[in-house]
Design a protein around this ligand. Structure first.
Ligand SMILES: [Zn+2]
Length: 258
């Protein structure tokens, strides 16, 4: 991963994603106070809303984009996807965990704290997608669904799509109970569940998403390999904080004028 810094804001990107905007912000460089320190973009986590607004402003400024060019979603840990275009500029799409667009100059933004950010890019059809994959979305295949969606909507060929699995809770830290393991086994004969020496179960969300992408026909999958819980000093982590924490921003978009 490339680690970049602009105006004191630190963000990561995939080396393969230089031809469009893909910025995975950290928690560094914002104005929120603990436990939301400092670049929190979550409106519903208990942070001071004026700080949250200022953090958004700082992020858009660092990327050289305006608030009106950004589309975001009210994430519900579901499998809902939305095609967005210039009509959705500056809007919040309800009940959606995946945004996709072929409109240059439009930027997709979602919020994370352990869930998996998935970035999809079709350089042939010039389309991008950003998904929020929690344990349900990772098990039930929001990644697969999004590739099907790109095929139907943009005429994408899965083998042209490049996918990135961003910083999120890793197999090192994602302990799950029998209920989650049971759902995983429903979808996968042999889900990537690691057993610790103490007999605990750790689910590998990165591998689940990678498997869904490969199943959909994607050939190139980049995995950041950054665990948000292990790297809690740079990323908000729901698990590391015991629940009270901020959300970091991921922004994806095709450069150019909308
Ligand atoms: Zn970890």
């Amino acid at each position: 991963m490339l680690r970049l810094s602009r105006n004191g804001l630190v963000f990561y990107t995939f080396p393969a994603f230089q031809s469009f905007t893909c910025a995975i912000f950290t928690r560094l460089g914002g104005v929120s106070r603990p436990p939301f320190d400092s670049l929190n973009v979550g409106h519903t986590v208990g942070d001071d809303l004026s700080a949250v607004e200022e953090n958004h402003r700082l992020i858009f400024e660092a990327l050289g984009i305006s608030k009106e060019q950004v589309v975001t979603a009210r994430q519900v840990h579901g499998l809902g996807l939305a095609l967005v275009d210039e009509r959705h500029k500056g809007k919040v799409i309800p009940d959606t965990d995946g945004l996709l667009t072929a409109t240059p100059g439009l930027f997709l933004m979602l919020r994370f704290a352990d869930c998996v950010p998935l970035v999809l890019y079709d350089p042939v059809r010039n389309a991008v997608g950003l998904l929020h994959a929690g344990w349900k979305g990772s098990i039930m295949g929001i990644a697969f669904k999004a590739i099907e969606f790109m095929r139907e909507t943009f005429g994408s060929r899965p083998e042209d799509v490049v996918a990135g699995i961003g910083p999120s809770i890793g197999p090192c830290c994602y302990e799950v109970g029998e209920d989650v393991a049971e759902l995983a086994r429903k979808f996968w004969p042999d889900p990537p569940i690691l057993r610790t020496p103490q007999g605990r179960m750790h689910l590998d969300l990165w591998e689940l998403n990678r498997q869904w992408l490969l199943k959909a026909g994607v050939k190139k999958v980049e995995v950041a390999g950054i665990c948000t819980r292990c790297r809690n000093e740079e990323f908000f982590s729901h698990r590391a904080s015991g629940g009270l924490t901020g959300r970091f921003a991921v922004i994806v978009g095709l450069n150019g004028r909308a």
